[in-house]
Design a binder for this molecule. Structure first.
Ligand code: AMP
Ligand code: MG
Length: 492
């Protein structure tokens, strides 16, 4: 007897631990239905890992579900309340265009928020329409999957639906909803909302909930709230160091976009850099360079300081003591991110440990790269493989050749073989990143011609950036120099 595919279960297993929080932290409400949804992207491997059945979700049923037109079994949608410092200024925010449907519990007992982005207005929409455009939702899907492929903690894309409805920005654009999966959407801004607008017991409830959800090992600590600050700092240090190591620029590291889980979240005006320049800014609204490439570690510290401030009443009954504990945690973050970056850069250069003088060796290389406008990703590929294949314009310069000699001498001093060193480099230098010109080309084909093939090809290549296979070569080519600065936009 053949089994009717529709008789098999979709596999929803939704819980709602967020509803344990005091009522001010969320508003329960359903997504706003859309007129004519089509499923344009679906992440089969992610669905399987969540215990969901792709056979049921890939077609029309998926379109109905991932548009919000038909709620998944057991869903209890809510929009979250939060605040945040946006470019340094405090604002009350909240999910203005997002709904969390619930927390999917996997067979392994892991818990993941299933969230729609672009699913209609909420009490936190302010003047926004609650909607999202197709291009930016596809872009978030591509870049977050690329991050996942690179092994960097991130929220992920489960599906993108074209809503069949227009959204009105500078021009009229097709509307879309992204289904986003995250270990949670708790952010620094959630704590800022609690600390500034809610009574002390509600802040404590939020801290207890965050510990229970992300850092349960802290529950038995003498001072679990200090532990929370330290662990969030550790995760953030590691995360931002990893961004730096692949040339990723988040672009809008406001406190409402810093997840307490340590996952990269909210892919707005983000991008990977081609040409190395430590001052690179992509976001059209970041005219001060607040979130420039080289300033990201500092902004992580700034955001962590805002988080620490919210925790002060929980850290110690005496304010002055609480401040000392908070400052120590911030210093730990600064030490950790430097360490993490140095370890990562050493591995990119095939060095198994860090010796004094290595920091200098790395800085010197970066300076030469900046001076000659070298491609960030391909410089490290050239060092890993055959230099001549990567067209490094700086190869012939005296400063580069002198640096190269020093690097060779340093490499020869370690006991591991050159073969092992090369292997380390292959594992730490990606063959491909989602280059802006390729992302744009894939988006254009999808948006203008409904041709999703380039996008699927790009996604396939980005799945295994450390594979170093021949098919990746096409995607390793930097764009032709145009003299124009690549720009990305918020408000999407
Ligand atoms: P973001 O820059 O995406 O982190 O968004 C900042 C804030 O603006 C969040 O509270 C969003 O929910 C809200 N927001 C962004 N776009 C819209 C929109 N089209 N409608 C309503 N709220 C929005
Ligand atoms: Mg945000």
């Amino acid at each position: 007897m053949t089994r009717n595919k529709n008789s098999s279960k979709i596999g929803w297993n939704l819980e709602h631990s967020y509803l344990q929080l005091p009522g001010a932290f969320y508003t329960r409400l359903n997504p706003t239905p859309v007129s004519e949804p089509t499923l344009v992207l679906f992440n089969r491997p992610l669905a399987l890992s969540l215990g969901l059945n792709p056979e049921r979700l890939e077609g029309e049923e998926g379109a109905a579900i991932f548009s919000g037109n038909r709620l998944p079994e057991g869903a209890q949608p809510l929009a979250q309340a939060y605040a945040g410092h946006q470019f340094g200024h405090f604002t009350i925010l909240g999910d203005g265009r997002a709904h969390v449907l619930g927390e999917q519990i996997t067979a392994q007992g892991e818990r993941f928020d299933i969230q729609f982005k672009g699913s209609g207005q909420t009490p936190y929409s302010r003047r926004g329409d609650g909607r999202a455009a197709l291009g930016p939702m596809l872009r978030e899907y591509i870049i977050s999957e690329a991050m996942h492929g690179l092994g960097i903690p991130t929220t992920r894309g489960l599906a993108v639906v074209d809503t069949g409805e227009p959204v009105f920005r500078e021009t009229t654009l097709p509307g879309a909803i992204l289904t986003r999966v995250a270990t949670s959407h708790l952010r620094v801004g959630t704590f800022e909302f609690a600390a500034r607008t809610r009574p002390a017991d509600e802040l404590r409830s939020l801290a207890d909930y965050t510990i229970q959800r992300h850092y349960p090992e802290l529950e038995t600590r003498e001072n679990p709230y200090l532990g929370l600050l330290q662990e969030v700092g550790k995760k953030q240090a590691h995360l931002i160091a990893q961004w730096q190591l692949v040339g990723f620029i988040h672009g809008v590291m406001n406190t409402d976009n810093m997840a307490l889980s340590g996952e990269t979240m909210d892919y707005g005006p983000c991008a990977f850099m081609d040409t190395y320049n430590q001052n690179t800014v992509f976001s059209s609204i970041d005219d001060q360079g607040r979130y420039a490439y080289d300033n990201q570690p500092n902004m992580g510290a700034w955001n962590l300081a805002r988080f620490a401030e919210t925790l002060l009443p929980l850290l110690h009954p005496e304010q002055s003591q609480a401040e000392i504990l908070a400052q120590d945690a911030l210093i730990d973050y600064i030490i950790l991110i430097q360490r993490s970056w140095l370890d990562g850069m050493s591995a990119k250069l095939g060095l198994f440990n860090v010796e004094s003088g290595d920091g200098y060796l790395i800085d010197e290389l970066l300076k030469i790269m900046q001076q000659h406008g070298a491609d960030f990703t391909n410089t490290f590929l050239a060092l890993t493989f055959d230099e001549t294949a990567y067209n490094l314009t700086m190869s012939d310069t005296k400063e580069y050749q002198q640096w190269w000699e020093k690097w060779q001498a340093r490499r020869a001093r370690q006991k591991q073989s050159i073969t092992d060193s090369q292997k380390l480099m292959r594992e730490n230098n990606p063959a491909v990143i989602p280059r802006n010109h390729q992302v744009e080309a894939a988006l254009e084909a999808a948006e203008k011609e409904q041709d999703f093939n380039p996008l699927h090809r790009l996604l396939a290549v980005l799945e295994k950036p450390y594979a170093h296979t021949p098919e990746q070569t096409e995607y390793a080519t930097p764009p032709e120099a145009t003299g124009r600065q690549y720009r990305t936009y918020c408000g999407t």
